[in-house]
Design a protein around this ligand. Structure first.
Ligand code: IPM
Ligand code: MN
Length: 368
């Protein structure tokens, strides 16, 4: 066994089911620490509505600094109906966007694969979903999420609103290059998704991707329009490998892709920035499940913590370089699901609670 590592992690449980799923990810990390001799030092900070209630802002500057100083960050979820009315800069979602932007996490990796045991949890026919193993690389700090101006106003005819979708070539290039590099270690296919028949930003996107593709002759590139992609993702999901797209399209398509995995509660994500030489091979990242705060089931022990636990696995692999440990977590989650211990979203018989699922994952990690 390699010598143990010590890692400093910031935990941002957030709102709704966030704290419940976070607790299970922490249990899994502790089990990994025990089995492999690593030490994970964690500190917890508030984000989203929880921070709004406590401090009057959804994210404090000092907490951004704590995140930046850590090796990596785990985040649960933000938002809830009780904060829907607040002014937009104070919305819980604004905190998450600000965190991604200030940590320069321009690429959001969202793998979607289907565990054999969950093929029947997917509403598509089994022969369609078998073998699905795709990775969406979503641009995360540009596009319509961040473009200025963005405002609302009133005129004589009623309300009006404006959002700006803007991309600059370097923003497309860096996420595009990452997609090509990732495809090299997978099946060698990049599907770039845009709306180049309508949008200027998409025409720039396509041109830029085409230009950099020349540097990756070993990778196959195809362009697909986003509306058609929404259809192909359901009709022929197994043919895709790496899918790269802009921020809003990626947000929408990954919710769609989550259906393939049986439940949105299953899917993890990693938000990454440029590799930083000062950190050596530790690549900073923010890891979060793709599901939201699910206020309707919060506090009831019904949330599926798999996406959060699998996000911790991505942290182990990508930020800490602990491949064997990451695989151990993934295998434990898969074994747990296969054994029939399942939260209500994927249960076939009596459902397990969030904590029972987490306990079963811990047992599987320690008994492997
Ligand atoms: C996601 C979420 C966020 C997004 C929201 C909460 C700001 O939907 O991570 O997919 O739109 O990026
Ligand atoms: Mn989303």
């Amino acid at each position: 066994m390699a010598t143990g590592v010590a890692a400093n992690l910031v935990l941002l449980p957030g709102d709704g089911v966030g704290p419940e799923v976070m607790a299970e990810a922490v249990k899994a990390l502790e089990a990994i620490g025990r089995r492999f001799g690593h030490r994970f030092v964690t500190e917890t900070a508030l984000i989203g509505g929880a921070a709004c209630d406590a401090y009057g802002v959804p994210l404090r500057d000092e907490d951004i600094r704590r995140c930046r100083a850590a090796d990596g960050v785990l985040l649960g979820a933000v938002g809830g109906p009780q904060w829907d009315g607040v002014e937009r800069g104070l919305r819980p979602e604004a905190a998450l966007l600000r965190l991604r932007k200030s940590l320069r996490l321009f690429a959001n990796l969202r793998p979607a694969s289907v565990m054999p045991a969950l093929i029947d949890a997917c509403p598509l026919r089994p022969e369609k979903v078998r073998g699905v193993d795709l990775l969406v690389v979503r641009e995360l700090t540009g596009g319509i999420y961040f473009g200025r101006p963005s405002r609302r106003w009133q005129n004589r005819r009623g309300g009006a609103a404006l959002d700006t979708m803007i991309y600059r070539e370097p923003e497309i290039e860096r996420v595009g290059r990452l997609a090509f590099e990732l495809a090299r270690s997978r099946r060698g296919l990049v599907t770039s998704v845009d709306k180049a028949n309508v949008l200027q930003t998409s025409r720039l996107w396509r041109q830029t991707i085409d230009r950099i593709a020349a540097d990756y002759p070993d990778v196959t590139l195809e362009h697909v329009l986003v509306d058609a992609m929404a259809m192909h993702l359901i009709r022929t999901p197994a043919r895709f490998d790496v899918v790269v797209t802009e921020n809003l399209f990626g947000d929408i398509l990954t919710d769609e892709a989550s259906v393939l995995a049986g439940s949105i509660g299953m899917l993890p994500s990693a938000s990454l920035g440029a590799a930083n030489r000062k950190r050596g091979d530790r690549r900073f990242g923010l890891y979060e499940p793709i599901h939201g705060s699910a206020p309707d089931i919060a506090g009831q022990g019904k949330a599926n913590p798999a996406g959060m636990i699998l996000s911790a696995a991505m942290l182990l692999r990508t930020t800490l370089g602990l491949d064997e440990e990451a695989t151990a977590v993934e295998q434990a989650v898969e074994a747990t699901v296969a054994s029939g211990v399942r939260t209500p979203d994927i249960a076939t018989g009596v459902a397990a609670s969030t904590a029972e699922f987490g306990d079963a994952v811990v047992t599987a990690i320690l008994s492997a």
